[in-house]
Design a protein around this ligand. Structure first.
Ligand code: TNX
Length: 498
C-alpha cells in the first residue's frame, strides 16, 4: 500500500514486520525544534504525550546532502537521522504523516525512508499589497508551507495598491501609501518589528524570507508618497478592459488605486532622484533581511519604454549586488542585456511557454544565474480551482484543476537548460480576490501540495509514486490532519478525501 506521504520521499520501503507502537506516552531524544514538531504532531494526531526517553531518537549525521534525512522504524524504536536541523525538521513532519491506527491503536509502520529535496529553493509567495495580511496570518501561512517542506517565503511587499513595509530612510511610503487595498478593504503595513517577527517565525521553521519591492512598474502607490518619482498612468486598452471587468475606476495620479488593472504605472527612469530612491529602498531592505535574496520585481512594466526598462533593471540588480545580496527578478527583466551576474530569474509564463517568455528566462542562465519556476497555469494558487469557484482569477488558461497543478515537470518548461540551472519552484498567491486567512487556505489547499511535490520529490520519470493516482490518494489521506490543523482546504471533488 502507498503510504500517505506528501511530498513523496525519494525512497520508501515498507517492511513486513511489526510496527512501532505509540501508546499514550512516547519517548523522544534529540534536536529541539524537530522534537517540538513531533511532540505537537503526536498529541494532535494520536493523542499521545511525548517525554524524554527511549523510543524515537533524532540525530544529526553530518556530511550528507543538505536538508536530507532518513527514518528507520521498527517495533523496537524509530531512528531518525538528519544531515542538519532542517533535515530533522522535515523528518519529523514525515513521521507525523506516517502515524496510523489499527485495532490496537496508533503506530508507525516498519519502514526505511531515505529522503532529500530535488531543488534547493522551494517557495510560496504571498501578495500582501493587493490585500494586506497581519503577522499572525503570514505566520500561519509559513507553518502550512513549512509542513510541506517549502523553505522560502516570498513576500510581495509593494504594488500599485499599496506599500506594506516601513523603511527608515523613506518613512513617507508607509505613512502615505499603505492605508488602502483593493475594493474598499483596509490596507496596512509591517513595522520593522513586525517584519522581524515574520523573519524569525520563518527561520524557526527553516524558511528564508525573500522580500520583493516591485519596480519599475506596479509603483502607483509610490507616487502617493513621492509624486515626483512616478510617471503619469498609461491607460492602455488592457487597463480599460480590466476596469470594465472588475470595476475600481481608472488609476488617477495622487489618488490611491483600488482596482485590479496592471501595467499602467512606472517610476521615472533616468532621473537621479529615482536612482537615490532605489538605493535607499534596497539598502533598508537588505539591512532588515538576513536571507540572501532581494526581489526587485520587473514584471508587467508595460508603461515603461523598453530601453529605459533595460537600463533600470540592470542598475537595480547592480545596487542589490553591491549590498551583498543576490537579486531576483521576474522573467521580463531577462530582456536587459546587462543584468548583474548571478541574478536569479522567476519565470511566470505558462508551463508551455508562449510569446518568447522562455527566451527572457534563458537569459538569466546565460548570465550566470538560475531560475525559479512559477508556471502560472500550474502553480499560480490564485487561479480558480474550478470554473465557478467564488475566489480567484482565470487568465492563465482558465481554471487550474488539482490535476493540472500536479502534472507538470519543472525540467520540461524551459528548453535548453540543465537541471542544475533550476534553483527551484515557487507557488505564488496573488491576492486581488483574497481577503482573509480562510481565503488563503481555500485557494492554496490542496494545490500547494502539488507544488511542494514538484519542488521536493524526484521527477515523475524517476519515481513510481509520482503519478496523479498516487498523489490524489496521498492528498486525500491528509484531510483529517489538515482539519485538525485548522486548514480550511477546498474539498475538491478530484480528491478522494478520507
Ligand atoms: C500577473 S505574475 C502579475 C500580478 C498579478 C497576477 C494575477 C506577475 C509577475 N504579475 O501583478 O497579480 O498576474 O494572477
Amino acid at each position: 500500500m502507498t503510504l500517505p506521504l506528501v511530498p513523496h520521499p525519494t525512497s520508501v520501503r515498507e517492511h513486513d514486520a511489526p510496527a512501532f507502537r505509540v501508546g499514550d506516552r512516547v519517548g523522544i531524544t534529540g534536536d529541539d525544534a524537530a522534537t517540538e514538531v513531533l511532540r505537537r504532531g503526536l498529541a494532535r494526531v494520536a493523542g499521545a504525550t511525548a517525554e524524554r526517553g527511549e523510543g524515537i531518537r533524532l540525530e544529526i549525521v553530518p556530511g550528507r546532502p543538505a536538508e536530507s534525512y532518513a527514518i528507520e522504524a521498527g517495533s523496537r524504536g524509530v531512528l531518525v537521522t538528519g544531515a542538519d536541523p532542517a533535515g530533522l525538521f522535515y523528518a519529523a513532519h514525515t513521521l507525523v504523516q506516517l502515524l496510523r491506527r489499527d485495532d490496537t491503536g496508533w503506530h508507525v509502520p516498519a519502514v526505511s525512508i531515505a529522503d532529500g529535496p530535488r531543488f534547493a529553493y522551494r517557495g510560496v509567495m504571498l501578495d500582501v499589497a493587493r490585500h494586506f495580511f497581519d503577522v499572525d496570518t503570514v505566520c500561519a501561512w509559513i507553518d502550512r508551507a513549512a509542513a510541506l517542506k517549502m523553505n522560502h517565503l516570498h513576500l510581495h511587499l509593494s504594488d500599485d495598491q499599496g506599500w506594506r513595509i516601513a523603511l527608515p530612510s523613506r518613512p513617507e511610503l508607509a505613512a502615505r501609501a499603505s492605508q488602502t487595498a483593493i475594493g474598499h478593504d483596509r490596507g496596512g503595513h509591517y513595522t520593522a518589528a513586525d517584519y522581524r517577527r515574520i523573519v524569525t517565525h520563518a527561520a524557526q521553521r527553516h524558511m528564508t524570507v525573500v522580500p520583493e519591492i516591485d519596480m519599475p512598474g506596479h509603483t502607483h502607490a509610490v507616487g502617493l508618497a513621492y509624486p515626483e518619482l512616478v510617471a503619469e498612468p498609461v491607460i492602455t486598452d488592457d487597463v480599460r478592459t480590466a476596469v470594465e471587468t472588475f470595476g475600481g475606476g481608472l488609476p488617477r495620479t495622487g489618488t490611491p488605486y483600488q482596482g485590479l488593472a496592471v501595467g499602467f504605472s512606472s517610476l521615472r527612469i533616468a532621473d537621479p532622484a529615482t536612482d537615490r530612491f532605489v538605493t535607499d529602498v534596497f539598502t533598508d531592505l537588505a539591512a532588515l533581511t538576513p536571507g540572501p535574496y532581494l526581489h526587485l520585481g520587473g514584471d508587467e512594466a508595460l508603461g515603461t519604454d523598453p530601453a529605459l526598462f533595460a537600463s533600470f533593471v540592470a542598475r537595480a540588480t547592480e545596487v542589490i549586488t553591491a549590498l551583498g545580496k543576490t537579486p531576483v527578478a521576474w522573467h521580463e527583466a531577462g530582456a536587459a542585456e546587462a543584468l548583474a551576474p548571478g541574478t536569479v530569474g522567476q519565470y511566470w509564463g505558462l508551463a508551455t511557454p508562449a510569446d518568447g517568455m522562455d527566451d527572457k528566462a534563458r537569459r538569466f542562465v546565460t548570465g550566470g544565474g538560475s531560475l525559479i519556476l512559477s508556471p502560472a497555469d500550474a502553480v499560480y494558487l490564485d487561479m480558480k480551482p474550478e470554473p465557478d469557484f467564488p475566489l480567484g482569477l482565470t487568465w492563465a488558461n482558465g481554471h487550474t484543476s488539482v490535476r493540472r497543478a500536479y502534472e507538470w515537470e519543472p525540467a520540461d518548461v524551459i528548453d535548453g537548460i540543465a537541471e542544475t540551472d533550476i534553483l527551484g519552484v515557487e507557488a505564488p498567491l496573488w491576492t486581488e480576490t483574497v481577503r482573509t486567512a480562510e481565503d488563503i487556505d481555500a485557494l492554496a489547499f490542496p494545490r500547494v501540495a502539488a507544488a511542494a511535490e514538484a519542488a521536493w520529490s524526484p521527477a515523475m520519470r524517476d519515481s513510481p509514486e509520482r503519478t496523479w493516482e498516487s498523489f490524489r490518494s496521498r492528498v486525500g489521506a491528509q484531510g483529517p490532519r489538515w482539519r485538525a490543523e485548522g486548514i480550511r482546504y477546498h474539498a475538491s471533488e478530484e480528491i478522494p478525501w478520507v
